[in-house]
Design a binder for this molecule. Structure first.
Ligand code: ATP
Ligand code: MG
Length: 338
C-alpha cells in the first residue's frame, strides 16, 4: 500500500523522520511517495504551495501524511494548509484529545480523565479569507455557512459518535449572536440528531463551552463546531491534555484524507532535533487505522503509552528534573518498547 508524505516546514521534516522510523521499525507495510509541498514550494513560485506532480500523486493515492506547513506572509496569500483542505474538500477535521499517562496535567493529577473528540467544520466560515476595507477605517469580513456543508460535517460527527458509542454529542455555537449563520449550523445539528435517537445530543454556547471545558472536561465526549470556533476550542483542548505536542488531527474528505498534527511549524525550535513527535505519531495511528492496519497501530500505540508512562519525555513536557530526550532518542525509546 502506498501513501503520499509531505514533510512540511520548520520541525516538520524532523518529526516526520522520527515517525517514519518508528513505522519502519514496526515493519508497517506502507510505501511512501514523498511529495513537494509547503512554504518552500510556494517560495519556488507555486502559488498553492504544491507542485502539479505532488497534487497528482496525492489524488492518485488518496491519503496524505503531512507535516506542518508555514503560512507565507503577505496580503492575498493563502495558507498552504487551508488550500490543501479546500482543494480536496476535506470537510471534517477530527481531533482527539485523550489523557496520556506520564503526561502530567492539572486534570491527570486530580484524577479527571479526558477523552474529547472535536469535529471542526474545515472549509467554510471565515476561512474563505474574503475580507476587504470598506472605507479607510472599516474592515469587512464575510462568513459563509451553508446547509450542505453543515449537514456533511455534522453527519460525519454523528456517524463517528455512533461507531465509538459516544455518551454525548454536543454542538457548540454562538447562535445567540450570529442568529442566521450559527443558527443554520445549529438547526442542521438537530435535524441530523433525529436520525440518531440513541445518542444524547445537546448544544452549548461556545463561551460557556470554554468555561465548562476548563472546569469539567470529563463531561464532554464528541463536540462539533464551525471552523473558526473549532480552531480555537481545539487548541484549548490540546492544553487540557498536555499541550500541542499531544494533539493529532485527521482531515476527512470523500476521496482524500489528510493526517497531520494540530500544531504548527514551531519555528522557535526548528532544526534542533528537540521537537516532540507525539502529535504526528498519534495522527499516524489514526491513519494506520483508516488504512486497516489496526495491528501495527495497536502495537506502536502500546509502545508509546508504555514509553510515556516510564517518564520518558522530550523538552516540552514531563518531569523537568529528569533529562529530556531529543526527537531521535525519543523515537528510539518507543522502538525499544515494541
Ligand atoms: P505556525 O505559524 O506554523 O503555527 P507558530 O509560531 O504558531 O507556528 P506553533 O507550531 O503553533 O508555532 O507552536 C506554538 C508553540 O508550541 C511554540 O513555542 C512551539 O515551540 C511549541 N510547539 C509546537 N509544536 C511542538 C512540538 N511538536 N514539540 C515541541 N514544542 C512544540
Ligand atoms: Mg500556530
Amino acid at each position: 500500500m502506498k501513501i503520499a508524505v509531505a514533510k512540511g516546514d520548520g520541525i516538520g521534516p524532523e518529526i516526520m523522520s522520527a515517525v517514519l522510523k518508528i513505522f519502519d521499525a514496526n515493519k508497517v507495510p506502507l510505501e511512501y511517495e514523498v511529495v513537494d509541498m509547503g512554504k518552500w514550494v510556494f517560495d519556488k513560485g507555486f502559488s498553492n504551495g504544491m507542485t502539479p506532480e505532488a497534487q497528482q500523486t496525492i489524488e492518485r493515492l488518496g491519503v496524505l501524511f503531512k507535516g506542518p506547513m508555514e503560512t507565507p506572509k503577505g496580503k492575498g496569500v493563502k495558507s498552504v494548509n487551508v488550500t490543501a483542505r479546500k482543494t480536496w474538500n476535506t470537510y471534517a477535521n477530527k481531533r482527539v484529545f485523550q489523557t496520556l499517562h506520564g503526561v502530567d496535567t492539572v486534570f491527570s493529577k486530580a484524577g479527571i480523565p479526558i477523552d474529547i473528540t472535536v469535529v471542526r467544520e474545515n472549509i467554510e466560515d471565515t476561512y474563505g479569507g474574503i475580507e476587504h476595507m470598506l472605507t479607510q477605517d472599516v474592515a469587512l469580513s464575510r462568513r459563509f455557512i451553508t446547509r450542505p456543508g453543515s449537514l456533511q460535517v455534522i453527519r460525519y460527527a454523528f456517524e463517528m459518535a455512533r461507531q465509538k458509542k459516544a455518551r454525548r454529542i454536543t454542538c457548540s455555537h454562538k447562535a445567540n449572536i450570529m442568529k442566521i449563520t450559527d443558527g443554520l449550523f445549529l438547526d442542521c445539528f438537530y435535524e441530523v440528531a433525529k436520525e440518531y435517537p440513541e445518542l444524547k445530543a445537546d448544544d452549548v454556547i461556545v463561551d460557556d463551552l470554554c468555561m465548562k471545558l476548563v472546569t469539567r472536561p470529563d463531561t464532554f465526549d464528541v463536540v462539533v463546531l464551525t471552523n473558526l470556533q473549532g480552531d480555537i476550542v481545539s487548541d484549548l483542548c490540546a492544553g487540557l491534555v498536555g499541550g500541542l505536542g499531544f494533539a493529532p488531527s485527521a482531515n476527512i474528505g470523500d476521496h482524500i484524507c489528510i493526517f497531520e498534527a494540530v500544531h504548527g511549524t514551531a519555528p522557535d525550535i526548528a532544526g534542533k532535533n528537540i521537537a516532540n513527535p507525539t502529535a504526528l505519531l498519534l495522527s499516524g495511528f489514526a491513519m494506520l487505522r483508516h488504512l486497516g492496519l489496526t495491528e501495527n497501530a495497536a502495537v506502536i500505540e502500546n509502545a508509546l503509552l508504555y514509553t510515556l508512562e516510564q517518564g520518558v519525555h522530550t523538552g516540552d513536557f514531563g518531569d523537568k528534573s529528569k533529562p529530556s530526550l531529543n526527537t531521535t532518542e525519543f523515537a528510539d525509546a518507543i522502538i525499544s518498547n515494541f
